[in-house]
Design a protein around this ligand. Structure first.
Ligand code: DGI
Length: 147
């Protein structure tokens, strides 16, 4: 079954949006397989956002993502990677559709509430960056036969 890495960013934690965000993915029908509140080290943040290291906003991005705890999660379900991206909305909350997480709760691109893996390869990379195998739960939910 497909898995993705999702993370409520420090702005989402500060604004009490963890419950709301978890609830959206639960109600959609996805399965939470791992979660923890953690503060990213500079090294972990730089590795996670490595593809952006030449971008002008890289320093700001790393300092923002390490500025307070994030809520790191692994979610499972059919097409969860692309569906979670649709539920998050466009990167820039100003362009994100109402009804999406960024469209409903974000204002500026630098504080856009949530991160989600954008491909199978990034999902695998990010899950192993943030979680070890013992932190991920393999289980079935009865309700999944109705999802
Ligand atoms: O996968 P996404 O988070 O939707 O977007 P991304 O991988 O292109 O960018 C990673 C994060 O970097 C994004 O969530 C917010 C930040 N970012 C992207 N473009 C800009 C930016 N931050 C600033 N300040 N300015 C930008 O142009």
């Amino acid at each position: 079954m497909e898995r993705t890495y999702l993370m409520v960013k420090p702005d989402g934690v500060q604004r009490n949006l963890i419950g709301e965000i978890v609830s959206r993915f639960e109600k959609k029908g996805f399965t939470l397989v791992g979660a923890k509140l953690m503060t990213l080290s500079k090294e972990l943040a730089e590795t996670h956002y490595g593809e952006h290291k030449e971008r002008p906003f890289f320093g700001e991005l790393v300092s923002f993502i390490t500025s307070g705890p994030v809520f790191a999660m692994v979610w499972e379900g059919e097409n969860v990677i692309s569906t979670a991206r649709s539920m998050m909305g466009q990167t820039n909350p100003a362009e994100a559709a109402p009804g999406t997480i960024r469209g409903d709760y974000g204002v500026q691109v630098s504080m856009n509430v949530i991160h989600g893996s954008d491909s199978q390869a990034s999902a695998e990379r990010e899950i192993s960056l943030f979680f070890n195998e013992q932190e991920l739960n393999n289980y079935e939910k009865e309700v999944n036969k109705w999802v």
